[in-house]
Design a protein around this ligand. Structure first.
Ligand SMILES: NC(=O)c1ccc[n+]([C@@H]2O[C@H](COP(=O)([O-])OP(=O)(O)OC[C@H]3O[C@@H](n4cnc5c(N)ncnc54)[C@H](OP(=O)(O)O)[C@@H]3O)[C@@H](O)[C@H]2O)c1
Length: 337
């Protein structure tokens, strides 16, 4: 196929581009040139900012476009205008953050979504608070602006090598460092993640079959808990280390931020957000590699990456040292204990 990716050089997009080339597709990348300019020399590259330079796509025709970096409806409307009649299928990478707060599990694709109350979605600041509602507005812009078949893909936390956020990578990397480390005293906390490579491969499957629809994209296949994930990290760590537990109330009292300071952990009242349904995506062919493979590849990547820059999520060494005295050592863990 003749494919266009808007983005395609950082994380999910990078895996999409790699998979598309491996499948023999003709690939065009449209991005600003701020990341990954040396990647994929075999792809056609059109540099430009989607907010101002979409006219640079004016003489192309593609079987499909995959839009990885739409954050405001005006960006999506402009892409629809620029590409209408010149692409056959439009895939938009959205997010499960579109869902309204406090929904009961499991969250299906027809659940209520977030909307901005009075603010103009093309002007309001993009923050963690507005991100979900802005993605809702982007989905609506695509529905209104692109008459052909379209797939709205709503991933949960995307993980694996090249993840610029460190939210998942923190755990295998930190546990691999050894010593005492802080864990939430809630091993049953549910965790949903999707390996970027599984998401990329399945997105291409949807594109190749011309499939339309809205799909949650979360893994793994079977329910996973934080306790199981941390044990899998210990199983592959160089040294066993010593987890030090702090209960939810104490963590919150001490100002530890769920999901960023201690990635993947959510307080009990928000845990339904990690129980999103993947029923529809499974029926559409989504499959998952083993968690151990995702962890091993992520750890190999993070050992190199985090040797060269500060971590972007998880407790810093200084913060961790301050918290360790507050907790309860739950035993020097055995590799398979
Ligand atoms: N990470 C997660 O856990 C997660 C979870 C759910 C959903 N998502 C969604 O997944 C998507 C994928 O994110 P990603 O970082 O992995 O994507 P990506 O496609 O790998 O990286 C972003 C790409 O967009 C390009 N770009 C950014 N702004 C641009 C602009 N104004 N004009 C043209 N190109 C632009 C960047 O290249 P240049 O810098 O060179 O322009 C880069 O190639 C996002 O839409 C995000 O909302 C992510």
């Amino acid at each position: 196929m003749n494919l266009l990716i808007i983005g395609g050089t950082r994380f999910l997009g990078r895996h999409l581009a790699e998979a598309a080339l491996a499948r023999g597709h003709d690939l065009t990348l449209f991005h600003r040139g701020q990341t990954g300019v040396d990647l994929f020399p075999e792809a056609r590259r059109i540099l430009g900012d989607r907010r101002t330079d979409l006219d640079r796509l004016a003489d192309g025709h593609w079987d499909a476009v995959i839009d990885t970096c739409g954050y405001r409806p005006a960006e999506v409307r402009a892409a629809c205008r620029a590409l209408n009649g010149r692409v056959g299928h439009y895939s938009f990478i959205s997010t499960i953050s579109v869902y309204a707060e406090g929904l009961p599990a499991p969250i299906e694709e027809d659940a209520p979504v977030r909307r901005l109350a009075d603010a103009d979605p093309d002007v309001v600041e993009l923050t963690g608070e507005t991100y979900g509602a802005l993605k809702t507005a982007c989905e609506e812009a695509l529905t209104a602006g692109f008459p052909g078949p379209k797939a709205m893909i709503r991933p949960g936390l995307i993980v694996g090598p090249h993840d610029p956020t460190d939210r998942f990578s923190y755990w295998p990397w930190r546990i691999d460092q050894g010593g005492a480390y802080v864990v939430p005293a809630d091993p049953d906390c549910p965790v949903q993640v999707i390996d970027a490579r599984d998401l990329a491969g399945w997105t291409l499957d949807l594109v190749e079959s011309g499939r339309a629809g809205t799909f949650n994209a979360v893994g793994p296949h079977d329910p996973l808990t934080l306790g199981q994930l941390l044990q899998a990290c210990r199983d592959m760590a160089r040294t066993p280390g010593a987890p030090v537990e702090l209960p939810e109330a104490r963590l919150l009292d001490l100002g530890v931020s769920p999901f960023t300071d201690l990635p993947l952990w959510l307080p009990k009242e928000r845990q339904d957000f990690s129980r999103v349904s993947h029923r529809k995506a499974l029926a559409a062919g989504l499959t998952f590699r083993p968690l151990e493979q995702t962890l091993a590849d992520t750890l190999a990547w993070a050992r190199l990456e985090l040797a060269g820059r500060p971590q972007r999520a998880g407790l810093t060494a200084e913060r961790e040292a301050g918290l360790l005295g507050e907790g309860r050592i739950v035993g020097r863990m055995q590799r398979h204990g």
